[in-house]
Design a protein around this ligand. Sequence first.
Ligand code: SAM
Length: 199
Amino acid sequence: MVPAMPNLQRFRPQPDKRLTFLNEFIRRPGLVGSVIPSSRFLERKIVSTAQLTEAKNVVELGPGTGGTTRAVLRALPASSRILAIELSAQFASLLARLPDPRLSVEHGSAADIRGALERHGMEAPDVVLSGIPFSTMPTELGRKIIEEVWSSLAPGGRFVAYQFRDRVSVLGKQIIGRPKVDIELLNVPPMRLYCWKKP
Ligand SMILES: C[S@@+](CC[C@H](N)C(=O)[O-])C[C@H]1O[C@@H](n2cnc3c(N)ncnc32)[C@H](O)[C@@H]1O
C-alpha cells in the first residue's frame, strides 16, 4: 500500500526559521555559508537538476532549517527515503520535527556519509544533494567529502552541489571529473548548480 503523503505546505519556512538561520550564521558564518535560506526558485532548480521525481534514496548534506528538504520531500515518490546530514545541532533538531516518515536526520558531518547510511539502514543513494560551503572549509576536508559522496553513490547516481563560489567544482574536477553547470539568478546570492553523474 502507498503511504499517505503528509501535507508539507504547512511546514514552509516561517519568518522565525529565517531568524534561526541568521542567528546560526552570525554564530558560525564559515559553516553556514549564507545569510538566508535558498529561494523557492533555487529549490525548484535543485529538484529538476537532480531528477528527484524518479529518485529512491536521497542524501542531503547541509539541510539547514529544512527549506530545501521540504522541496525535496514534495518532489520525491512516496516510497523513497531521504537522509539529511547536518552539522548544526540546532538545525538538526528543527529538522527532526518535520513529520514525514521518509525523512531521517543525522546530526553529524558530511565526511561520514557511509557511516550515517549504515546507522539509518539506508542503501546507496541515487542522489546526493549538497548546500555545504566548500569554499570556507579546509581543502583536505572538501576533498574527503567529495570522495565520500562518490564512493557512497549508487552506479548512475547524481551529485548535485549548489554553491555561490566554484571551489567544489575546482576540487571535483581533480577527483571525479568535469560537472555540468547551471545557474539560478533568483536567489540571494545567485547560485551555481554543479552536477556530476557517476558511471
Ligand atoms: C548554506 S546552508 C544551506 C541550508 C539549506 N540547504 C538551504 O539551501 O537553505 C549550509 C548548511 O550546511 C551545514 N554544514 C556545513 N558544513 C557541514 C558538514 N561538514 N556536514 C554537514 N553539514 C554541514 C551548515 O550547518 C548549514 O546548515
